[in-house]
Write a protein that binds this ligand. Structure first.
Ligand SMILES: NC(=O)C1=CN([C@@H]2O[C@H](COP(=O)(O)OP(=O)(O)OC[C@H]3O[C@@H](n4cnc5c(N)ncnc54)[C@H](OP(=O)(O)O)[C@@H]3O)[C@@H](O)[C@H]2O)C=CC1
Ligand SMILES: CC(=O)[C@H](N)C(=O)O
Length: 252
C-alpha cells in the first residue's frame, strides 16, 4: 500500500496495532500520541521489522494550536495524507451521570469528540483539494446504546457515529470515504485507564471471555482501507464471538 497514513493514539492498543498492520503492507506512517518514548520504540520496531517510513508527531490531540502547528510543520513529502485514523480516545471511571467528576468528563469529551473533529478539520480540506482520502474513525459498540457506568463514554461514541455519518454526507460529491469502526471488547490499556491504573479491575473486564486484540481491530481497519475505491465501508461492528451487545457477554 503506497499511502501516507496518519494515526492518532498510536502509542498503544488499537492505534499501535494499526501502525503495525499498515507498516507491514508498505504504508508510510505519521504516528501521534502524547507518550514520545512509546512512539519512538514503535518507530524503531516498524523501521527494523518492515523497513517502514515513519514520522512521529507527538502532541496532545486536545491542544488545537499545537496540533495545527505540528501538521503545518510536516515536511512536504509527508503533507499529502491519504488515510486519517482518528483513534485517540479514552474514558476515566465508571461513575453515574449524576455523580461523576465534570473535570474528568471534560477530558473524555474533549479527547473523543472535539479532538476528532479538530483533526478532521485540519486534515480533510487537503484530501478534498487532492481529490483522494479516507477518514477512519474508531467509534465503539458503546455508541449504539448506553450502559451502566458508561453514560458519558457512550455519548461520545454516539457522537463519533453522528460525526462520521455527517462527514460522509458532506463529502458525498467527492471521491473521499468515511468509515466508522465500532469495536466491542478489545483488551488494550483502555480498561487500565478507565479504572485509574487498577490492573485487577481492568483484567476483570475480560474474565471468562476471549477478547479481541488491537491487532484484530487493525485487520478490520486495514480491510476497510483496502477495498476498491468505488466501495465505501460505512460502518463495521466487530466483537468477540461470545459478545452480543455492549453488555450481553457469555463468560465461562
Ligand atoms: N479497548 C476497547 O475495548 C475499545 C476501544 N475503543 C476505542 O479505541 C480507541 C483506542 O483505544 P484502545 O487502543 O483500546 O486504548 P489504549 O488506552 O490502549 O490506547 C489509547 C491511545 O489513545 C492515546 N491518547 C489518549 N489521549 C490522548 C490525547 N489527549 N492525545 C493524543 N493521544 C491520546 C493514547 O496515547 P498516550 O497516552 O500516549 O497519549 C493511546 O495511544 C479509543 O478511541 C477507544 O475509545 C472502542 C471500542 C472498544
Ligand atoms: C471500550 C469500549 O468501547 C467497549 N466496547 C466498552 O464500552 O466496553
Amino acid at each position: 500500500m503506497d499511502k501516507i497514513v496518519f494515526i492518532t493514539g498510536a502509542s498503544s492498543g488499537i492505534g499501535a496495532g494499526c501502525a503495525r498492520k499498515f507498516a507491514s503492507q508498505g504504508a508510510s506512517l505519521i504516528l501521534n500520541a502524547r507518550n514520545e518514548e512509546k512512539l519512538s520504540a514503535l518507530k524503531e520496531e516498524l523501521e527494523q521489522q518492515y523497513g517502514a517510513r515513519v514520522c512521529l508527531l507527538p502532541f496532545d490531540v486536545r491542544d488545537r494550536k499545537t496540533a495545527a502547528e505540528a501538521l503545518a510543520s510536516l515536511p512536504d513529502e509527508w503533507k499529502a495524507i491519504d488515510i486519517l485514523i482518528n483513534n485517540a480516545g479514552l474514558v476515566i471511571g465508571v461513575d453515574k451521570e449524576h455523580e461523576g467528576n465534570l473535570d474528568e468528563w471534560d477530558i473524555v469529551i474533549d479527547t473523543n469528540i472535539k479532538s476528532l473533529l479538530a483533526m478532521t478539520r485540519l486534515v480533510v480540506p487537503g484530501m478534498v483539494a487532492r481529490g483522494r482520502g479516507h477518514i477512519i474513525n474508531i467509534g465503539s459498540i458503546a455508541g449504539d446504546a448506553a450502559y451502566a457506568g458508561g453514560s458519558v463514554y457512550c455519548a461520545t461514541k454516539a457522537a463519533v457515529k453522528a460525526l462520521s455519518d455527517g462527514l460522509r454526507i458532506d463529502l458525498v460529491d467527492t471521491p473521499l470515504r468515511v468509515t466508522n469502526i465500532k469495536p466491542g471488547l478489545v483488551e488494550t490499556n483502555f480498561s487500565v485507564v478507565r479504572f485509574r491504573g487498577d490492573k485487577d479491575k481492568a483484567d476483570n473486564v475480560y474474565k471468562g471471555i476471549r477478547p479481541l486484540t488491537g491487532d484484530d481491530i487493525a485487520e478490520t481497519v486495514y480491510f476497510a482501507a483496502s477495498v476498491p475505491e468505488y466501495m465505501q465501508i460505512a460502518e463495521m461492528l466487530v466483537m468477540p464471538t461470545y459478545q452480543a451487545t455492549g453488555t450481553i457477554v457469555s463468560r465461562n
